[in-house]
Every structure is written in structure tokens, then in C-alpha cells.
Design a protein around this ligand. Structure first.
Ligand code: NAD
Length: 350
């Protein structure tokens, strides 16, 4: 077998510990070093994964030999600075979502990765989820026309202290919608609410305008006692529901839809909107760990020098949308246009 790719994980909190486990399980990789500022997290790494070297700083991590690739799983506001250091040191990079919190910084990382011929990938984990893949498969069947999509990502916390609930949760939904529709939004309109008075928005409602008049809506909350992780696609022939909390049947297809009325009806009956019959399908979904699929894709792309499905550009698109969301919230929910040929946004003209 060829040499295993050496991986470092920076940020071994709740989510980063999963990366240490997954890269330790894959045959093609080995976790060389784990980096965290918190000693209790490093003690947990050492207890669960003997052989992984614990370090408390990035400069120490960069001195350890045998590291080819780095996972950045620190708090969102640190992604750019930490990621930049790793790219400058010549490492391949997998950064958790959101790629950065400022679009210009995402562009810098993309350019740096290009200059140094290193892979840059973002952890849009749901793109590697068998359920979301199944939804996409069903969306494109027999000329079905997508009308709109919506998602709910609610729970009681966990509350973050560097970004609001929209930056924390909605990157998942925007990445999912972009992937499902093979496009990016042209405008957004968003409302954010600070119900918990913790100085940042803990509840958000985002509308997204995609090409072809397809509208997406995302609801996120840290303050809802009902945990939801759901994406719904409504199309002319069917309604497709992905429920990430249903471990056995995450996707349901409701084969019932309504098509637009005939534009030139010859009699009254044709004014009625034609509907189709209803039956429910529970398509088989390959149950595998999405994070493991994502990590496998990362190392395959390194080995083949291929572009990842969720590379820097896909990460940048999501950051641009979230920045436009911030702008819309500041404007009291006014629609904000996202420029097609740049990463700047401006207020949508009336
Ligand atoms: N893809 C997903 O499904 C998913 C799920 C959860 C979290 N995340 C993302 O993962 C990231 C981490 O989330 P979390 O829930 O694990 O947070 P967390 O607070 O539990 O862990 C973050 C860890 O990073 C460490 N850290 C921060 N800055 C550091 C630095 N400069 N050097 C070394 N260590 C540093 C902290 O000490 C902490 O232990 C976030 O970007 C979050 O958005 C993604």
C-alpha cells in the first residue's frame, strides 16, 4: 500500500473529535497530530486515540513532521486566519463551514491554495449525505419542475459565542439548496431576531431567490424546543421530504403535485389546476456516515489532484449569501441582490 496521508486536526471540540476518529478509521490516512487550545480536549484525544500527538498551538503543529493535510474545525470566526497559516505552510486544507465569515477572505484562501497548488475544501457535510443525494435524484425525474424549497434547522442551542444562529446553521441549508438546484441565489431577504438577548440573532428566517423564479426559505433557531433537521422540495409532480432525524427512512416522496393552469382555457374545467394522484414512496437510502464520505472525497481529490465537490468556490458562494443576509437584516428584511460577477452585494433595486 502507498504511504498513508498524514492528517492534523485543529480544533478538537464537539465536531473536531469526529474528524480525529474518522481519519483514524480510514485506511488511507493516519492522524498524526491534534491541536487545541483547551487541555481537557487534548486529554480526551489522548485517551480515545493513543498515538496522536497533542499540541496546544498551530506553530507547534506546523513543526510536526509527516503532516500532509490539515482539518480546521475551530470556531467560524477563526477559519480564515488558521486556514491561511496552514496553506502558507504548504498543507492541503479542509475547513469546516462556513469557509470564512468575509467573502474577500474566502477569495484570498482560494487564491493562496491555487498559488501553492494545494487542495482547499469546505465541510458542507450534507452534500455527502445519502439522503440529500437521493432527494436530488428524485428532483430530476420525468421533467419535474421545482417550484420552491424550504428547510427547518431548529433546536435549543447549542449557542455559539462568535457568530449568530444564521451563520452557524444556515450554511448547511444554503449549501444544500445550491447543490440541489445546481445554482446560486440572485437575491436574499432575511429577518433575524435576538430572543435570548445574548447580543446576536438566535432566530432567523431567510428567503432566497434562485434563477427561474425558484424560491428557497430557511428557518433556523437556537431557541426552539422542537428539534428539526428537515428539507422539503415542492415540485410539479411530487413533494420530496428529507428528515435527517429519521434514521431508517430519511427520504419520503409524496407523488402528488399540481401543474399550472392552462394559460388559454377553452372551458371552465380547464381553469382548475390539474393535480396528480397521491402515493408515498420511501426510497432506499444508503445509510453511511456523511462525514466519512466527505473525508474520503477529500483524500481522493488530493490523490487525483481533482476539484472537490465542495471546494473553495462553493464555500465562497455560501459566505456571499450569508453576508447578504447580514445586510438584509440590517435593512429590516429588504431584499439584497447578490452580484453575479463578483462577490459584492448591493441592495436590490425596486
Ligand atoms: N459540518 C457539520 O455538520 C458541523 C457540525 C458541528 C460543527 N461544525 C463546525 O465545526 C466547527 C467547530 O464546531 P464545534 O461545535 O466543534 O465547536 P467547539 O467550540 O466545540 O470546538 C471548537 C474547538 O476549537 C478550539 N480552538 C479555537 N480556536 C483555536 C485555535 N486558534 N487553535 C487551536 N484550537 C482552537 C477550541 O478550543 C475548541 O475546543 C465550527 O466551524 C462549526 O460550524 C460543523
Amino acid at each position: 500500500m502507498s504511504k498513508r496521508i498524514g492528517v492534523a486536526v485543529i480544533g478538537c471540540g464537539y465536531w473536531g473529535m469526529n474528524y480525529v476518529r474518522v481519519f483514524g478509521e480510514l485506511a488511507e490516512t493516519r492522524v498524526v497530530v491534534a491541536c487545541d487550545q483547551r487541555l481537557d480536549r487534548l486529554q480526551e484525544v489522548v485517551r480515545r486515540f493513543p498515538g496522536v500527538e497533542p499540541v496546544t498551538s498551530i506553530s507547534e503543529m506546523l513543526k510536526v513532521t509527516g503532516v500532509d493535510a490539515v482539518v480546521v474545525c475551530t470556531n467560524a470566526s477563526t477559519h480564515y486566519a488558521v486556514g491561511r497559516q496552514c496553506l502558507e505552510a504548504g498543507k492541503h486544507l479542509l475547513i469546516e463551514k462556513p469557509l470564512t465569515t468575509i467573502a474577500e477572505e474566502a477569495v484570498e484562501l482560494i487564491e493562496l491554495a491555487g498559488t501553492n497548488a494545494r487542495l482547499l475544501m469546505v465541510g458542507h457535510t450534507f452534500v455527502y449525505n445519502g439522503g440529500i443525494r437521493k432527494v436530488k435524484e428524485w428532483m430530476n425525474k420525468d421533467g419535474d419542475q421545482v417550484y420552491y424549497l424550504y428547510s427547518s434547522r431548529t433546536n435549543l442551542g447549542p449557542i455559539r459565542h462568535d457568530v449568530n444562529a444564521l451563520w452557524d446553521l444556515a450554511p448547511h441549508d444554503v449549501a444544500i439548496f445550491n447543490y440541489l438546484l445546481d445554482s446560486t441565489p440572485e437575491w436574499v431577504s432575511a429577518i433575524g431576531v435576538k430572543v435570548l438577548r445574548n447580543c446576536r440573532e438566535d432566530v432567523g428566517f431567510i428567503s432566497l431567490g434562485y434563477p427561474g423564479n425558484v424560491v428557497g426559505h430557511v428557518h433556523v433557531s437556537w431557541a426552539d424546543p422542537h428539534k428539526a433537521r428537515e428539507v422539503v422540495v415542492v415540485a410539479s409532480h411530487r413533494r420530496i421530504v428529507f428528515n435527517d432525524l429519521n434514521g431508517t427512512e430519511p427520504v419520503r416522496v409524496f407523488a402528488k403535485g399540481v401543474r399550472p393552469a392552462d394559460p388559454e382555457p377553452t372551458n371552465y374545467r380547464e381553469y382548475r389546476f390539474p393535480t396528480s394522484h397521491s402515493y408515498i414512496l420511501r426510497p432506499h437510502v444508503e445509510i453511511g456516515e456523511p462525514l466519512k464520505n466527505q473525508c474520503r472525497h477529500f483524500i481522493e481529490c488530493i490523490a487525483k489532484k481533482a476539484q472537490p465537490l465542495t471546494g473553495g468556490h462553493e464555500g465562497l458562494e455560501v459566505v456571499r449569501v450569508l453576508q447578504a443576509v447580514d445586510r438584509s437584516i440590517a435593512l429590516g428584511g429588504a431584499p439584497v441582490e447578490i452580484s453575479r460577477n463578483g462577490y459584492y452585494y448591493q441592495q436590490k433595486s425596486a
